[in-house]
Design a protein around this ligand. Structure first.
Ligand SMILES: Cc1cc2nc3c(=O)[nH]c(=O)nc-3n(C[C@H](O)[C@H](O)[C@H](O)COP(=O)(O)OP(=O)(O)OC[C@H]3O[C@@H](n4cnc5c(N)ncnc54)[C@H](O)[C@@H]3O)c2cc1C
Length: 503
């Protein structure tokens, strides 16, 4: 069968959530997915052996993509955690050892945690209120913090900022909009807590996506795997034709959940120019896809404190050179005790991401080890400290994604945002619902960049189509992506914390 009322492109959280709603409403649909699996950017992978090491019969898995459920109560992803069952543990952001740029551990009283915390809270309240009262259009996060008295100068200042800003948004403070990221809506709309997933099966955290599908009766015959969409067109009869690497499909509507990084690189072959106005094209190109890179290193045994969760390494060569290592050893709460896995988190964008990802695995590992040796000289020298396993993701150079997740860039206003995600394919391309809807995490205004964003965007798009079909009485914007009030009527968005150190 090559026709349905709705075609859904992508089988990540957004695509499967959209399918679950259409399924419940009795509207026929087909999901077209380029890869050979369901889950998209939620993906588990196995630790690979290094240097001929024998890792034994028990496989160890780590998450290549999403790892944390940020914001618990009220978060639909957390509801899936509870109903589908997921191994995970609360992350303790205060469990951190910090090293200065010379590789010396720093006592807490030498680290400006409190000064940064004060600035962050001020940016999320005082500056935010000024912006929203239209005193200014937008400020980048660097400027908002500066207004609040935070002027990083020393390497340790940048490290402290990195722990809250770059780590969460995968961008530097200069790049990010303070209007749309301060505070972080996932923590302020939902509960200010998170969990780190540690599901030791082939599926990992993607279990939540497959569980959502099976729980909603989205059966595998509705999902066409290995089916990459190559172009869209609208016929004179107002149908959408979708060409794929195999067949051509015809739909009344399409929910397109392709990551914006894929769209940005392939827009001109995917869409006829008549469908994408120059203004829409510019807005779509303006939205930012960061690259969040987690490089997992498994050693014979630990040379770091096995009870601490994070190791923060101040930059020794420019501010962006901060490193954050996370240990999977702490036994408190379900990480991977005894695994001796340390992973390095880096936020890399564009050229930086490409330059790292184009190196060989061996070159990347040698770079990582060199940095690690600045704080732990014994790393990978002799037994029992040798490197025996690793995982290196490459999200930026993967054309299906073009990075890891989106960030709201400083200076991008709501009008441009609405324009990028506006449906196309009606005489007025800004009219809703249009024929081809732009969905996925990037199209979730309050939660872009998160699993909840994918889920919320898919839900909103499906409800927009149901509304057009006369099958939905509510307002599609009454969902986590758009709403401005909590269910008890309290205004949202006034809490400042999230990941990073509390003081
Ligand atoms: C490294 C990393 C870390 C992250 N950390 C977190 C985290 O801790 N917490 C959190 O909440 N979120 C995190 N995220 C973000 C989160 O994973 C995403 O926001 C969310 O999974 C996006 O869901 P989606 O359905 O919108 O997109 P996706 O999951 O990307 O689904 C889109 C699908 O479209 C498919 N596709 C692309 N092009 C085509 C085509 N031409 N034809 C057909 N199919 C196509 C892709 O294969 C993919 O399956 C992280 C992501 C990454 C990569």
């Amino acid at each position: 069968q090559k026709t349905a009322t709705v075609g859904i492109v992508g089988a990540g959280f957004a695509g499967i959530r959209a399918a679950s709603i259409l399924q419940a409403a009795g509207v026929d649909y087909i999901v077209l997915e380029a890869s050979d699996r369901v889950g998209g950017r939620v993906r588990q992978t196995e630790i690979l052996p290094y240097g001929g090491a024998n890792l034994g019969p028990n496989k160890e898995f780590v998450e290549l993509g999403a790892n944390w459920v940020q914001g618990l109560t009220g978060n639909p992803i957390y509801d899936l955690v509870k109903t589908c069952g997921l191994n995970g543990t609360p992350q303790n952001w205060d469990s951190v050892i910090t090293f200065d740029e010379a590789g010396k551990p720093l006592p807490d009283n030498k680290i400006p945690w409190r000064q940064f915390d004060t600035a962050m809270k001020c940016a999320a309240s005082t500056v935010k209120q000024a912006i929203e009262s239209n005193a200014y259009g937008d400020l980048d996060v660097r400027a908002a913090y500066r207004v609040c008295g935070w002027n990083p100068v020393k390497p340790i200042d940048y490290a402290v900022e990195w722990y809250s800003v770059n780590f969460e948004w995968s961008e530097t403070a200069e790049m990010i909009s303070s209007r749309f990221t301060q505070p972080d809506n996932v923590y302020s709309d939902f509960e200010d807590a998170d969990i780190f997933a540690n599901q030791q099966t082939e599926l990992g955290l993607a279990k939540l996506v497959t569980c959502l599908a099976s729980r909603s009766n989205v059966t595998s015959n509705k999902i066409k795997l290995n089916t990459k969409v190559t172009s869209f067109a609208i016929t004179n009869q107002d149908k959408v034709t979708v060409k794929t690497t195999g067949d051509t499909y015809t739909f009344d509507y399409v929910i397109n959940t392709m990551p914006i990084g894929h769209l940005q690189r392939n827009l001109d072959t995917l869409f006829p120019t008549s469908l994408i106005t120059p203004a829409k094209r510019a807005a779509l190109m303006q939205f930012r896809m960061g690259t969040y890179t987690k490089i997992f290193l498994k050693f014979e045994s630990t040379f770091w404190d096995p009870t601490t969760q994070f190791i923060l390494q101040a930059p020794n060569n420019g501010a962006s050179n901060t490193l954050l290592w996370q240990s999977l050893n702490p036994s408190s709460g379900g990480f991977l005790p005894g695994s001796n896995i340390l992973f390095m988190t880096a936020s890399l964008t564009d050229v930086m991401a490409a330059s790292i990802e184009n190196l060989s695995d061996e070159q990347i590992l040698q770079n990582m080890i060199q940095r690690l040796q600045q704080i732990y000289p014994q790393a990978n020298t002799t037994s029992p400290y040798r490197l025996i396993g690793y995982v290196i993701p490459r999200w930026y150079t993967n054309d299906l994604f073009g990075g890891s997740f989106t960030n709201w860039p400083a200076g991008m206003g709501l009008d441009a945002y609405e324009l990028w995600r506006a449906p196309v394919g009606t005489p007025d391309s800004l009219a809703r619902p249009g024929k081809i809807l732009f969905s996925g995490e990037a199209a979730c205004r309050r939660m872009n960049g998160y699993m909840s964003g994918g889920y919320g965007a898919g839900e909103r798009s499906a409800n927009q189509i149901l509304k057009a079909l006369g099958k939905f009485a509510g307002d599609p914007d009454e969902n986590i992506c758009e709403r401005k009030l909590t269910s008890n009527g309290k205004p949202l968005g006034n809490k400042a914390r999230g990941s990073g150190r509390a003081v």
